[in-house]
Design a protein around this ligand. Structure first.
Ligand code: R5P
Length: 316
């Protein structure tokens, strides 16, 4: 049993629906707070109930508008800390800036690290997140961090479909581990695409493919769909190499710019993503399906509160 008698969950403006679903799993009401912007563009946060010595969870995936939602998160943490919360866990199902995790060009920032510092300085005690772009981002924090994976949840969507000749496809060499985990759960072989990204532009090209995909059904897997360029380029090279049918799954539906249209016009039969980020109605397309991670996050929150293993949720 936790030393904090009560769980309190609050949401910023990023994804209140997910926060409500998490609360439904936990069988508690969503905490009352006001989070808004003044006319001068400054963000205001007030927690509207007592959180003194409570186990506080702040749900805020870093969705667009990314910088506004980050600022909300920092101010929510500060408000909870100054209200004498017993412990503050930030629940960030999607950690934006995850791709800015190293100095891979001269004189660039490591923004993923900078944000980790802001979160810690604001007063967070723990982090709960999902499928970071790179595992080493965990080490950017000097506070405990739990990273959940939705690969088993995505795998469960295909288990009953009896797809013959399925092959899991990694969108690039860096994604091979994720694809391997999914292929392992589905008992299928895998293939890897060699991807080329041009400069800092959102332009990608699939230049080669390693593995046997001819006359098979391909399941492309990625951590996130941003502009959609990566998975659409993957689908094109798969067609060139003779696949029969193409499916795609990804954890985080960033869906920036023209992504939804690109995906709708692609030759991908179905795209499954999770609700780590909200998918606004104008971005929903017929071949896009969203599965929820709310129960998984709710279970992790209840385990963190009770001091139980979170790894045990994944058989560790
Ligand atoms: C890249 O390393 C990531 O794993 C994704 O492939 C990438 O973020 C997808 O972005 P986009 O959809 O813009 O190509």
């Amino acid at each position: 049993m936790s030393i904090f008698d009560e769980i309190k969950v609050f949401s910023g403006n990023s994804h209140p629906e997910l926060a409500r679903d998490i609360c439904q799993y936990l069988k508690i009401p969503l905490g009352k707070s006001e989070v808004f912007k003044f006319s001068n563009d400054e963000t205001f946060v007030r927690i509207q109930e007592n959180v003194r010595e409570k186990d506080v969870f702040l749900v805020q995936p870093i969705s667009a508008p990314v910088n506004d939602n980050l600022m909300e998160l920092f101010i929510m943490i500060d408000a909870a800390r100054r209200a004498s919360a017993g412990r503050i866990t930030v629940v960030i199902p999607y950690y934006a800036y995850g791709r800015t995790d190293k100095k891979d060009q001269p004189r660039v920032a490591i923004t993923a690290r900078l944000i980790a510092d802001f979160i810690t300085t604001a007063g967070a005690d723990r982090v709960l997140t999902m499928n970071l772009h790179a595992g080493q981002i965990q080490g950017f924090f000097n506070i405990p961090l739990d990273e959940l994976t939705s690969i088993p949840l995505l795998a469960s969507q295909y288990k009953d479909k009896n797809m013959d000749d399925l092959v899991v496809v990694a969108t690039d060499v860096g994604a091979a581990k994720r694809a391997h985990d999914l292929a392992d759960l589905l008992g299928t072989p895998m293939a890897i695409i060699e991807k080329q990204r041009y400069g800092n532009e959102d332009v990608v090209e699939a230049v080669n493919l390693i593995g046997d995909v001819k006359d098979k059904c391909a399941l492309i897997v990625d951590d996130e769909i941003g502009t959609g360029g990566t998975v659409v380029a993957a689908s094109k090279i798969l067609t060139k190499f003779g696949v029969n049918k193409i499916y795609c799954c990804a954890v985080h539906p960033v869906l920036s710019g023209n992504a939804s249209n690109l995906l709708a016009e692609s030759n991908i039969s179905e795209i499954i993503v999770t609700d780590t980020l909200p998918v606004p109605a104008n971005k929903m397309i017929p071949n896009l399906k969203v599965v929820s991670v709310s129960n998984m996050l709710g279970e992790a929150i209840s385990r963190i509160h009770a001091g139980l293993s979170v790894g045990a949720m994944f058989g560790h």
